[in-house]
Ligand binder design. Structure first.
Ligand code: SAM
Length: 266
């Protein structure tokens, strides 16, 4: 058995390391992200299974395997799973933001254990404009339906996107793209009986025991909002995830849709 100076073996050191990781993981409260920290999993009993790996395996192939030199903003980064995955692909800068200190602490710990240099900061999606510059990849995953002002947030997030926006949201109701017309007569109330017609479900109390689930779009509504915010949908790797690129996010005067809306000039 290899020894390290005294009579402590390498195996002992490794075991102590694992015990320490296990202790720190449980000390940090409940994890939403199941991350493999040197063989110790942070949320092995997650109600959605091996989350978010179960979703990520469908999304990951839609993004470049080599992100050398790319910058990434991960909004609502939680325990850091996606920040870590994109850093592992060589992104030069990854910034994860969240409003929850517990999750930010978890993310910092996870990246530290894995030896990855990732920035994590407390910042709400509503304050993304306080972050300088734009990012090659902006992740906006699992946050949209937790917001009372989802479209306001989306229009803000768009200002940070230089390359691609990866948006994931819970989707309920119809999963089919509606056939939409340019306009509808005032007395055409029929369209609202079509389950495919773009629609957001408002949750006044709780959904899945969570009072922060506010607005849940159907498929048509999510795609309609993305287009209406000036994005072009470039990929739809799984039912709840869209990859988009800015296409008409500003008007002819160069001003963003959000600024026109707030100024009453849209
Ligand atoms: C369902 S989790 C999604 C985590 C991760 N992005 C994912 O896809 O697995 C929602 C996360 O959004 C964060 N969040 C909620 N409201 C936010 C806000 N206003 N600004 C930034 N993050 C927010 C929560 O703290 C939580 O970490």
């Amino acid at each position: 058995m290899a020894t390290m100076g005294t009579n402590i073996s390498r195996e002992d050191v490794a075991l102590n390391g694992l015990q320490e990781i296990t202790r720190r993981i449980s000390e940090m409260g409940e994890w939403f992200h199941n991350i493999n920290l040197k063989g110790v999993f942070t949320a092995p009993h997650h109600f959605l299974g091996d989350f978010p790996s179960v979703k990520w395996k469908h999304i990951a192939p839609a993004l470049p395997a080599d992100l050398s030199g790319a910058t990434v903003l991960d909004i609502g980064c939680n325990g850091g799973f996606h920040s870590i995955e994109l850093k592992k692909r060589g992104a030069s800068r990854v910034l994860g933001i969240d409003v929850d200190d517990r999750y930010l602490d978890q993310a910092r710990f996870a990246s530290q254990v894995l030896g990855l240099e990732i920035e994590f900061a407390k910042c709400s999606v509503y304050d993304v404009d306080s972050i300088p510059g734009q990012f090659d990849y902006v992740l906006f995953m699992g946050v949209f339906y937790h917001l009372r002002y989802p479209l306001f947030a989306l229009d803000k997030v768009i200002k940070k996107v230089k390359g691609s926006l990866i948006l994931q949201t819970m989707v309920r109701g119809s999963l089919t793209s509606p056939e939409l017309h340019e306009d509808y007569h005032f007395w055409n109330t029929e369209v609202f009986h079509n389950p495919d017609f773009p629609c957001m479900y408002f949750i006044e109390k709780n959904y899945s025991g969570d009072p922060t689930n506010w607005w849940i779009p159907n498929h048509g509504a999510m795609e309609g909002m993305l287009r209406s915010s000036g994005l072009k949908i470039t990929a739809h790797p799984e039912q709840e995830t869209w990859i988009c690129a800015p296409s008409h996010v500003t008007k002819d005067d160069g001003k963003y849709i959000l600024d026109h809306e707030l100024a009453g000039t849209l």
